[in-house]
Write a protein that binds this ligand. Structure first.
Ligand code: GTP
Ligand code: MG
Length: 334
C-alpha cells in the first residue's frame, strides 16, 4: 500500500535533516508523526519515526544541566501590546496575520503550514500592535517553545474555522491546550476570587477571545449560532473573514478594545499636545502611571498635573492618583 504522504511531510523531513539540535529534531519528528496520515501504508514509517524519537529522547535524558532549557523563540514585545494568534490547524491564523500586517507568512489549504512563529506589526490609528502567528495546536504533540510564547502574550486570539462542522471540537482543542500550557482563560461572567488565584499557582490568567474566521463559507451562520450558544457567556466571540478588508478593520478595533489599554497624550505648557505620540497605559491607570511610563525621574519630582479630558474642566489641576481615561491630555508640573 502506498504511503501517500502530503507535501508538508516532505518539507518537515527536509527540516529534520537540516536541524542541528536534538530538541529541534525531536520537535520536527513529532510534527512529522502528526502530519502523517494514519493507515496501513504508513505503519512501518510510523514505527521507524517512533523508534528514532525514543532514541533521541534517551540521549537528551542523559544530558544534564542548563542545555535542557530550551527557548529558541523569545519574542521581544514591540509596540503597544503583543497579541497571539493561536488555534487548531488551517483555521486562517496566517491569513489573518497577512491581512492585518505587512508580513506575508505562508498560507496553504492544508494543515501544519506554519511551523515557527511569525511576527508582524499591525497599525491601528496612531499606534502599532504586535501580532504573533503560531503553528497549529496538535493533540499529538507540542512544539516545545509554543507554551512559553503564548503565556507571554497580552491577549490571546483563538482562531476558529467556520468552514467546518467541528467548531465545538476546535474549541475543545483550544481549551485543552490552554490547560496543558497552564493558562487560565479569564471567564467573562466570573470575577476571579483571591482563593482562585492562590489555588492556581503556576497558572497565568489571560484574556482569550474567539475569532471565528471564514464566515464567507456556506454554513458559517449556523456554526456561529452553535458557537455562541455554547460559549458567548464565557468568551468574547468575533465573527470575521480574512478576505474582507472591512471586517479586518473591525477586527483591529475589537483587538484594541479587548487589550484593555488606553492612550493619553502629553503637552508642555504653552504648546499643543503631540497627538501622534500617545502614552499607552492599562485601563485604570492614574496620572502617576503616565509619569512613570515617560520617565522614572518624573515620578519623584511630579507635583501635580493639569488635565484636558472628558470629565474635567479644561486644564484642571489634578493629583498624582487621579484616574485617566482614553484620550486625556496631560501637562506635568514638577
Ligand atoms: N473562505 C475563506 N478561506 C480562508 C479564510 N481565511 C483563510 N482561508 C483559507 O484557509 C486556508 C488555511 O489558511 P492559513 O492562513 O494557512 O491557516 P493557518 O491557521 O495559518 O494554518 P496552519 O498554519 O496550518 O495552522 C487557506 O487556504 C486560506 O486561503 C477566510 O476568511 N475565508
Ligand atoms: Mg499558519
Amino acid at each position: 500500500m502506498p504511503a501517500n504522504l502530503p507535501p508538508q511531510y516532505y518539507e518537515a523531513e527536509r527540516r529534520y535533516r537540516e536541524a542541528k539540535s536534538l530538541e529541534d529534531k525531536i520537535s520536527i519528528l513529532q510534527e512529522m508523526l502528526a502530519i502523517m496520515p494514519k493507515h496501513k501504508g504508513t505503519d512501518k514509517l510510523q514505527a521507524d519515526l517512533r523508534a528514532k524519537l525514543s532514541r533521541l529522547r534517551k540521549t537528551i535524558e542523559k544530558k544534564k544541566g542548563p542545555s535542557r532549557k530550551y527557548h529558541p523563540y523569545r519574542i521581544p514585545r514591540e509596540g503597544a501590546a503583543q497579541v497571539i494568534l493561536m488555534g487548531p490547524p488551517n483555521t486562517g491564523k496566517s491569513s489573518l496575520l497577512s491581512a492585518l500586517t505587512k508580513v506575508s507568512p505562508e498560507v496553504a489549504p492544508y494543515p501544519f503550514t506554519t511551523h515557527e512563529p511569525v511576527v508582524g506589526m499591525m497599525p491601528y490609528e496612531n499606534i502599532k500592535i504586535q501580532l504573533v502567528d503560531t503553528p497549529p495546536f496538535s493533540l499529538e504533540f507540542n512544539f516545545p517553545w509554543l507554551a512559553e510564547i503564548i503565556r507571554r502574550g497580552d491577549l490571546l486570539l483563538a482562531v476558529l474555522d467556520l468552514g467546518k462542522d467541528d467548531i465545538l471540537d476546535q474549541v475543545e482543542i483550544v481549551l485543552k491546550k490552554l490547560e496543558e500550557f497552564k493558562i487560565k482563560p479569564q471567564i467573562k461572567r466570573k470575577e476571579k476570587s483571591e482563593d482562585e488565584i492562590q489555588e492556581s499557582s503556576g497558572n497565568v490568567f489571560k484574556k482569550v477571545v474567539f475569532v471565528a474566521n471564514k464566515d464567507d463559507i456556506e454554513g458559517a451562520e449556523g456554526r456561529v449560532s452553535v458557537l455562541k450558544e455554547f460559549y458567548q457567556e464565557d468568551f468574547p466571540v468575533i465573527v470575521t473573514c480574512a478576505k474582507s478588508p472591512q471586517k479586518m478593520e473591525r477586527l483591529k478595533e475589537r483587538i484594541y478594545h479587548h487589550l484593555g489599554i488606553i492612550r493619553v497624550y502629553t503637552k508642555v505648557p504653552g504648546n499643543p499636545p503631540d497627538m501622534q505620540d500617545p502614552v499607552v497605559l492599562r485601563k485604570g491607570s492614574s496620572v502617576i502611571d503616565a509619569a512613570r511610563a515617560i520617565h522614572k525621574d518624573f515620578v519623584k519630582n511630579l507635583k501635580y498635573a493639569r488635565i484636558w479630558g472628558k470629565d474635567e474642566f479644561k486644564g484642571q489641576k489634578v493629583e498624582r492618583e487621579h484616574p485617566l481615561e482614553e484620550g486625556d491630555i496631560l501637562e506635568f508640573h514638577t
